[in-house]
Design a protein around this ligand. Structure first.
Ligand code: NAI
Length: 486
């Protein structure tokens, strides 16, 4: 059997220690892998590589298709993006898979009550507020863009159904907040039920994310596979980590169509770095997920069993165990796992099943529909400390006859034409102008209207109001009545 090459970045802080421990276990299990050690992390960032990786590292990952990485420190200071998030986004690893299972020897409320947990969270990994697209609109108001796309949602939802099939689950649950974020989470939820039709053997259901959290805490055994958008998935996965004993016991895989990243979910633990105290379990479990993904399931299972058996015998680092006093250090933990390895379990794993990525000539454009878009209005984000009625008077005096001022809002709540004096205001209003004719109005005309109003209002940004195939694709303000033409 020939070896498969993967890219390995040891990372910062405890990264090198835990990676060395994991690779020692892999070596003892005779895992048929070859490692291309690449330079990524804070040290590389400090040398002037703003993405936290050298060009050679990027080339290596794009040719092997697999990055096995230790934790990496995010450089401190305004505007610096996380190296980890940059890697996940650059290589479009759209699905973050985290598996949570009861581990014998790791006491939790549920293990003590005899309630087994076996659930997987599939979290969208690229979009949402993690785009980090944020701006100050005025001195008092900052905004974040939450981007949810249909093709992006399709990718992660497909991964969830495929994961359910692989894990032998019968149900996939979509967690969301579509009751509030009707367009973004609404699109994610609609896409979920569309994709579900392709998997009739799996039951599809949905739940609002706050109710999901409550139910996970009192009855986690009722869930199998849960798919969520990025931020909600991030929070719910850490909640689930708590159910099975903490972050150290939950492996993580970032899967894309071409490149996959496997990493520990915890950080660089600077407080214990270089002291042989770190627990390598999270990285080792992520390594077993990697082996499973590469067609090396028998190695993955043998290593996982050896780890569980070492833990069950009471071997542990200082971050867990009954009295939280370490029975061993990092490398000794690895040696204890090696002692438990049963190589006879490894029979017919096949690394040839793993396909390396083919180099793409250009970025893939994902477009999912050819529906008709019409611009029907414009939202103007303005800075003002005036009352809404005064702003309305200014706008109405300078409005095109085909357009009307339909609402003025402050933090999403309507304050004109009707509102309450008990709605506190900040210095950013949204002035909504919509067409009042059934005739089509060119997008450019709305832009010209905005430019005309710029002489009278301090406009910071604008947003077009569109319909797709005649359906309104912008939210109403709290308290806004639907425009006669909408
Ligand atoms: P952290 O996870 O590094 O540490 C939190 C606490 O958990 C510390 O007390 C630490 O000693 C302990 N801990 C973490 N991993 C452990 C292990 N394997 N064994 C024993 N104890 C462990 O989180 P923190 O302090 O918030 O972040 C430190 C750095 O790590 C930051 O620069 C952050 O950006 C980075 N980070 C990187 C991640 C990644 O590479 N995927 C994920 C999270 C944080």
């Amino acid at each position: 059997m020939s070896n498969v090459k993967i890219s390995v970045a040891k990372g910062d802080g405890i990264g090198p220690e835990i990676m060395d421990a994991v690779l020692a276990v892999f070596s003892a299990a005779k895992v048929p892998l070859e490692y291309d050690f690449v330079a990524m992390g804070k040290g590389v960032y400090d040398q002037g590589y703003t993405t936290g990786m050298t060009d050679e590292a990027k080339q290596s990952v794009e040719s092997t298709g697999i990055l096995f990485k230790g934790p990496m420190e995010t450089p401190k200071g305004g505007g610096v993006k996380s190296i980890n998030v940059t890697a996940r986004k650059t290589w479009n690893t759209h699905s973050n898979i985290r598996k949570f299972q009861t581990i014998k020897g790791v006491d939790t409320v549920f293990s003590k009550a005899g309630i087994p947990i076996n659930l997987t969270i599939v979290r969208e990994n690229i979009e949402d507020t993690y785009g980090g697209i944020e701006h100050y609109m005025t001195k008092d108001v900052a905004v974040s863009r939450r981007i949810i796309s249909r093709p992006g949602s399709e990718q992660v939802i497909r991964s969830a159904f495929e994961t359910a099939i692989k894990e032998g689950y019968s149900t996939v649950t979509c967690g969301h907040k579509a009751n509030i974020m009707k367009l973004t989470d609404g699109m994610f939820l609609d896409t979920f039920y569309e994709i579900a039709k392709l998997y009739p053997q799996i039951k599809a259901e949905d739940i609002i994310v706050d109710a999901l959290c409550m139910k996970l805490v009192y009855a986690p055994q009722t869930f199998e596979c849960i798919v969520l958008t990025n931020l909600q998935g991030d929070i719910v996965s850490d909640l689930c980590a708590g159910l099975v004993g903490g972050l150290g016991f939950a492996p993580s895989a970032n899967l894309g169509d071409h490149i996959k990243i496997f990493e520990a979910v915890h950080g660089t633990a600077p407080d214990i770095a270089g002291q042989n105290k770190a627990n390598p379990t999270s990285l080792l479990l992520s390594g077993t997920l990697m082996l499973n993904q590469m067609g090396l399931e028998h190695y993955g299972t043998a290593i996982r069993d050896a780890l569980l058996s070492a833990i069950d015998k009471g071997v542990h680092t200082g971050d867990f165990g009954a009295d939280r006093s370490a029975s061993v250090g990092t490398m000794e933990f690895a040696q204890a796992i090696i002692k438990e390895l049963d190589l006879s379990k490894i029979t017919d794993s096949d690394p040839e099943k793993y396909h390396k990525p083919t180099m793409l000539a250009q970025n893939k454009m994902m477009v999912s529909s050819d529906e008709t878009i019409e611009t029907v209005g414009i939202d103007l984000f303005i800075e003002s400390e005036q009352q809404a009625g005064d702003i309305a008077t200014i706008v109405k005096a300078h409005l095109d006859s085909d357009m009307e001022l339909t609402t003025i809002t402050n933090r999403g709540t309507q304050v004109w034409p009707e509102g309450s004096v008990f709605t506190d205001l900040v210095d950013t209003y949204v002035v909504r102008i919509e067409k009042n004719t059934t005739a089509e109005i060119k997008k450019k005309k709305f832009m010209e209207q905005a430019i005309h109003l710029y002489d009278y209002l301090n406009i910071g940004s604008i947003e077009m109001l569109i319909t797709i195939d005649g359906k309104r694709k912008y939210s109403l303000a709290q308290g806004q009545k639907v425009n006669a033409l909408s």
